[in-house]
Design a protein around this ligand. Structure first.
Ligand code: GTP
Ligand code: MG
Length: 200
């Protein structure tokens, strides 16, 4: 996809603050520090549009990015960061859950998992939640620059097996450092945009 202009639109913590209108939206979910904001920047060819944290747990709200007035990316708060108090953790979860269950124009979630690790209990829970709630989603195994080429296949197989992903929903390997996998992710996003009748 050729992007002319991608811009930060607003930050929200509740539905009354979500952007108006009905542009299709793609939300990025995953553990704190997994690379959600980085992948948004890589997909948009921008260095610092979405804020990348040096400390995990940085993105505490939902940030909306408008792409050519055609679609939006939504950077969801990360889950599973141990340094955050329980009450704060659940308010983040709630925030994301409210968005994911109520947002009519949500087209799909891009669920990021770290290619180096077996999906965490939180990843498994998120994956199941998306499945049960019939939210279309794409899994991307990111930070692939951190593993040896020869190991990638094994890592993907383990992720697919732990998350019980079907053959058509295999994880897309990505790296925001090497800008790897961005075309595949865009392709998945565009396919999703085109297939209204199937996913609605
Ligand atoms: P929260 O907002 O805290 O939930 O984190 P996030 O998921 O948005 O992660 P973010 O994009 O801020 O990245 C976290 C850290 O991982 C940063 O130090 C990034 O530079 C690094 N990082 C992100 N993607 C990659 C990648 O593909 N490869 C490598 N090696 N590092 C990455
Ligand atoms: Mg972030």
């Amino acid at each position: 996809m050729k992007i002319k202009e991608a811009k930060y639109e607003l930050t929200a913590v509740q539905p009354s603050q979500y952007p108006a209108g009905n542009l299709p939206e793609f939300a990025f979910a995953g553990r704190s520090n997994v690379g959600k904001s980085s992948v948004i920047n890589s997909l948009l060819n921008r260095k610092n549009l979405a804020r990348v944290g040096s400390k995990p747990g940085r993105t505490k709200e939902m940030n909306f990015y408008n792409i050519d007035n055609i679609l939006r990316f939504v950077d969801l708060p990360g889950y599973g960061y141990a340094g955050v108090s329980k009450s704060k953790k659940s308010s983040w979860g709630e925030m994301a859950e409210v968005y994911l269950t109520t947002r009519k124009q949500l087209k799909a979630v891009i669920l990021l998992v770290d290619i180096r690790h077996k999906p965490s209990a939180d990843d498994i829970q998120m994956n199941e939640w998306l499945m049960i709630n019939n939210v279309p989603y794409i899994v991307s195994a990111t930070k692939s620059d951190k593993v040896k080429r020869g190991e990638i296949k094994n890592r993907l197989n383990e992720i697919s097996s732990v998350l019980k992903l079907s053959e058509i929903n295999k994880p897309i390997t990505s790296s925001s450092v090497e800008k790897h996998g961005m075309n595949m992710l865009w392709e998945a996003i565009e396919n999703n945009l085109k297939s209204d009748e199937i996913i609605l």
